[in-house]
Design a protein around this ligand. Structure first.
Ligand SMILES: [Zn+2]
Length: 301
């Protein structure tokens, strides 16, 4: 699993930073999380194509999280996309999209499968063989959800040296992954435990969206390999964070610490800060494994 940051600013573009968007890439499948203004331009800049983009999640309907969506879906239609696109978003986004298409007398070249997010509730959005997508509620000025992406692992891990020692044919590896033993042509039984090891743990990434400091989300994001948490303000501006339903960098770090995650990416920075280093320092004092979600940055899990 790999995360590419396309936009890390809040509200408006500032100091070369753009409104929120990021791409989570799984083998053959990209998931976009939020789609602020200029997301298409950022996709071009960082070499993200829409061919693998099958899911778009919009956390809430503040403009800095979805104003790039109309342009992006129009481009995909102009370029003749035919594959269906899954859109998970607050229910009223469909009214906006329908109105836009209606006044332009436009029909999309591909089916848009819309899944409304249940205000104030958690829900499994997608349970595919290789991954799951599930949303959880956060606390913002309007209904807002975070997203958890879990990449499932495919069975037990093959031990190549052991398989070579026992001359196991490669065609049998899939059965070994499923936990089956191997019976040699002379009838000797080789136990699966000799040939494989436990499956690696599934990879988990959580996007915590725009939110007040909210320890209630910890159970949803527990033990993730990485989380992204908004860090709009510094501690000195904590009153503004509370007033506007946002978090400080130190609060984001406190959530990461409580959830026992491996890594914290911070973003959604206020345009009042040109230099982000002080925000990073405040977060690191609470949770050392913090990085700034840099635009164009690629984070492997
Ligand atoms: Zn917002």
């Amino acid at each position: 699993m790999k995360i590419t940051i396309l936009g890390n600013n809040s509200a408006l573009p500032a100091y070369g930073r753009h409104p929120t968007s990021q791409i989570v890439s799984l083998p053959g499948e990209d998931i976009m999380i939020d789609c602020g203004e200029s997301t298409q331009v950022q996709m071009q800049r960082y070499g993200i194509r829409w061919r693998n983009l099958n899911h778009i999640f919009i956390s809430h309907l503040h403009g800095d999280h979805y104003f790039g969506l109309p342009g992006l879906i129009t481009t995909m239609s102009l370029q003749g996309r035919t594959a269906g696109l899954n859109l998970y978003a607050p229910a009223r986004l469909m009214e906006i999209i329908h109105l836009m298409l209606d006044v332009a007398n436009t029909e999309l070249s591909f089916p848009l499968h819309f899944e409304p997010l249940p205000a104030g509730e958690a829900k499994m959005l997608q349970d595919a063989p290789a991954y799951t997508l599930s949303c959880f509620p956060v606390s913002h000025r309007i209904a807002c959800h975070g997203l958890v992406i879990t990449h499932k692992t495919k069975g037990r891990r093959i031990l190549p040296e052991m398989c070579m020692r026992y001359n196991i044919p490669v065609e049998h590896y899939e059965k070994l992954r499923m936990g089956q033993p191997y019976i040699m042509p002379n009838g000797v039984f080789i136990d699966n435990n000799l040939l494989t090891a436990d499956a690696p743990a599934p990879k988990k990434y959580a996007y915590c969206a725009d939110t007040l400091y909210l320890p209630d989300i910890v159970p949803y994001i527990q033990n993730a390999n990485a989380i992204y948490h908004e860090a709009t303000y510094m501690e000195a501006d904590k009153d503004k964070a509370i007033l506007r339903y946002h978090s400080t960098a130190a609060q984001a770090a406190a959530i990461a610490k409580q959830a026992g995650v491996n890594k914290l990416l911070i973003g959604h920075f206020s345009s009042r800060y040109k230099d982000l280093e002080p925000l990073l320092q405040e977060a690191k004092e609470v949770f050392e494994a913090t990085v700034i979600a840099e635009e164009g940055g690629v984070y492997e899990l």
